[in-house]
Design a protein around this ligand. Sequence first.
Ligand code: GLC
Length: 746
Amino acid sequence: MKIKILTSIVGLWLLASCAAGLSDSQDLQEQKIRQIISEMTLDEKIGQMQQSNDGFFGDDEATKQAIRDGKVGSFLNMVGAERIAEFQRVALEESKHGIPLLFGRDVIHGFRTIFPIPLGIASSWEPDLAQEAMRVSAVEASSMGINWTFAPMMDVTWDPRWGRIAESCGEDPLLASKFAVAMVKGFQGDLNDPTAVAACAKHFVGYGMSEAGRDYNTTYIPEPLLRNVHLRPFKAAADAGVLTFMSAFNDLNGVPTSGNEFTLKHILRDEWGYKGMVVSDWASIEEMIAHGFAADKKQAAEISVKAGVDMEMASTCYADNLKQLIKEGVISEDLVDNHVANILRVKMEMGLFDKPYDNHVSTDTILAPSHLKVSRELARKSMVLLKNNDNTLPISKNIRSLAVIGPLADAARDQLGTWIFDGNGDDSTTPKEAFGEILGNRMNYSSGLEYSRDKSTKGFAKAISAAQNSDAILIFAGEEAILSGEANARGIIDLPGIQTELITELKKTGKPLILVVMAGRPLGIGAEMDMADAVLYAWHPGTMAGPAIADLVFGDFSPSGKLPVTFVKGAGQIPFYYYRKNTGRPATENDVVYIDDIPRDSKQLSLGFKSMHIDYGITPLLPFGYGLSYTEFKYDNLKLSSKEMSTDGAITLSADIRNIGNYEAEEIVQLYIHDKVGSITRPIKELKGFEKINLKPGDVKNVSFELKAEDLQFYNGDDYIIEPGDFEVWIGPNSDEGLKGSFVLK
Ligand code: GLC
């Protein structure tokens, strides 16, 4: 009888799947999924929807029993390759249905070989290299049994107070989308390969808009901004085949994103047709009680399971309540079946039912020289040269003596940055080590401060003496790793402690002063930039920070990074992002009356009735897309293939970029547009393309971009539209400058 029913289920499914246009292999996969589900008890189905932290069920024997009993579908933070292999063996060979487990881990910017923080990776504007780095991360993580990473994080943010800006790719949706796709491809690679690691598009959605940059805070995002900015990287990742999504902590317009039917169902499933799996963030389902959106765990379970969260991370609202909710008729078992199908589909896409679970438990890939080489290259390309007066940099390796000073000059763990689970400071090469290896006793090292928050000047004298006995000063300042990352929001975004005082004292020596900043966010370093002769922003560069910085300081390579986020003068300027609106009273620099210039007896009502700050003015410290190199690039000869574009057409824009300096270097050429009039107000600029080129002195390259009408589409509150009208365009080195042209979309 059972076989007969089963045959009819499969038969019905065949019919349905043909109607749905599934390929044969997909169809067979769906059949297998439905068949397994048809043989599972309700308890076993609910078990698949549970992701538990290592140790949740007790010791390893208790964990194995929970696996045999079908109580769990995935673990996170489980360590030990042999343990993981053994647990997977138990799942495949000793559980009733032989359903494999997903072993999740936060492999955010490296596993043991650590790359720059994602904000640094984004500064490279080189998605292909990011893909290579994430592939390395997957090879290392999978060798230790991890088959799912909770990355890439693709929250767009413009708030340096938010500690998780470190994990983001900054403020621009196009740049964030390119890196999201590259990182997904890097992690997942060939899904049939044992080194494949399922990626996770997180945190869906809008988390980067946490009010005041305070983590987990409320977010209000009007639908045009949600669709024109925040959803874009997630859509790109979904289209690129990311296997999983993670819902977020934040309350989005009054509805927590882990219980938000509009985003999880209407957009992700209905609009985008996404077939992957959604996992909650850590206890984010249960946290709907604290949000005041659920009265208890049972209601939280009902809200999330109806909204579309397939798997619950860490908390047990599902495990404790779904069976009762079905019994009471509040939800159907079919709804649970669909969630389980999404989970099983990922496990099948990963080939986990068939993949041997222990053939790649090896450690010879960990910190392989080829991995460290990628880390050093990406670290080098992530660093942004912010200032270089009188070509202070590069300095010669034959320098008589160089002072290496500062609390981040030898901070092996801090240089790795935030979200380091398996990375190890002992693997790091610090700047002190790298410069010492090159200079020997020609390096005068003194930390000056013990750590970035240190408030003791007891080390100043030695540091100043080291500087006085040297021909130039390299001061490594910034933030310890713990000052950025999840929940580590800062309201004051200056250099912590008394680092500024140390820089001030070093400046008094009159020696060339090179400031290298290691940080997890854009810092308000205006005063320090004024004092330094050269400034290199290194973010938290990872394992190979030292060699990468030495490569640049000594000129083996020219810096090429560009800012993926606006640098503000101080927290009072936030939010400040390049794609801001013009307002009805835009100010120019000439309109600004600065607070110190206001006449003492001023009787004016207002200082100009324009949109400005009378202390910060109207410009940020540094604009999005900004970055210098050791050479100079000249932009010339802007050409448009036409001054008109039809709403289903395209034009080509090009310019000549010439290296008119003395150094071979890379330049990131950027294309921006401005839609002058729209059915909603439009950003003053939008990045629509970028290309990194490498030029030797005297070389010139013609860079061209195809701009399609569809690239000009936006959501205006009612629909996605392509609106005829006048457009301005720029091809330039950053969001503030470039060759300007215009065209008409007809
Ligand atoms: C954290 C983070 C999320 C991470 C998860 C598992 O709270 O919000 O990004 O992947 O929990 O560690």
